[in-house]
Design a protein around this ligand. Sequence first.
Ligand code: SF4
Length: 246
Amino acid sequence: MPAPRPKLPPAPQRVPLLMAELERLYPEVRIALNFDTPFQLLVATILSAQCTDVQVNKVTPALFARFPTAEAMAAATVNQIIPYVKSVGFFRTKAKNLHGMATILVRDHGGRVPASQDELVKLPGVGRKTANVVLGDGFGITGITVDTHVGRLSRRLGLTRHTDPVKVEMVLNSLIPQAEWTRFSHRLIYHGRQVCHARKPKCGDCTLRPLCPQVGVVRSSNPQVVTTTAVRPVPGTKSVSDSGST
Ligand code: SF4
């Protein structure tokens, strides 16, 4: 039988310690997508939906060379964009969204990417998550980006019980100092990719473990051997089941 979970302080008391340990683990954080301009970041982030950043980084050099600006992309046709994005998932829809996005940038924003969430989410293929990535990494406007990793880790760490990304974002906004929103998101993503995997979190190797209630994680008597996620509610929490990660 695994040892009983120790009772941990509430989230607001653990957050400063979690932030400090995440900063120690991942002092330098940056988005994994390659880009030079806000427009390139917007394009890459639209392409990254349901696709790995590694795959997006393979297609963007040629795409950016052919369509360096919103004007160049808007002047093309969807069929001219498709060959450049064919190796990413949902490429037809994404090519259409890229063309629509560039057309609106030229028509309504002088070809520039607006530094406003309200304006960004009006663009095709841009939801709240994409908008926060562009604002945070393209303009230095901090925001919590709730992707699959941030949502999963936030629940496992007992920071929220919500599964809706917008609700997770609101809870994290209230727990994390605003200046750290973007960096905190990146650090959770790094930790989700390297340690707290969706199906087999490496709890035995995780230095966040003393601060983590491991919500939804099934533990064995030997945490080095068996740590798998499952739908397993713990008292006072809503159970969640995580799917794959990028
Ligand atoms: S202790 Fe386990 S569940 Fe908690 S953050 Fe670390 S790997 Fe994830």
